[in-house]
Design a protein around this ligand. Structure first.
Ligand SMILES: [Zn+2]
Length: 134
């Protein structure tokens, strides 16, 4: 029963996972290092591509990024794995269309409230929820 739910969740998350596969095929250089129902981990050579435009000032540092069930990382600690797996779970629950749309909308709302890019990112409910899972 549990495997059937995970399978359905991974199918539900597929649109966002396909976006991650597109990144892997075009921008990211990495290889799959671990697969589980909690996410497929892909180790990248560099975190250069993980930092969003406008956040290259050193204030925003990331070692991982999740798209659908794909977790892209450079260095994955247990704490960061729990954080990224929470994002996988969020996507499995909300789906590969609604989850990224809601995530992006919450980010834009933060920007419209006058927050900096970093503040808007940290204020996204999904990020707060993932930090709580660390
Ligand atoms: Zn996060």
């Amino acid at each position: 029963m549990r495997i059937a739910l995970y399978l359905l969740g991974h199918l539900w998350a597929l649109p966002h996972t396909l976006f991650g596969l597109l990144l892997l095929a075009t921008v990211y250089r990495g290889k799959v290092t671990r697969w589980s129902w909690g996410g497929i981990e892909v180790r990248l050579d560099s975190n250069r591509d993980l930092i969003p435009k406008g956040m290259e000032n050193g204030l925003f540092e990331t070692a991982a990024q999740t798209h659908g069930v794909l977790i892209f990382y450079v260095a994955l600690s247990k704490r960061l794995r729990r954080h990224e797996r929470r994002h996988v779970l969020q996507c499995i629950i909300l789906g590969g269309v609604l989850y990224p749309a809601a995530y992006g909308l919450l980010y834009v709302v933060g920007l419209c409230q006058g927050k900096s890019a970093l503040e808007a990112y940290k204020a996204i409910w999904f990020e707060k929820n993932a930090r709580a899972a660390e």
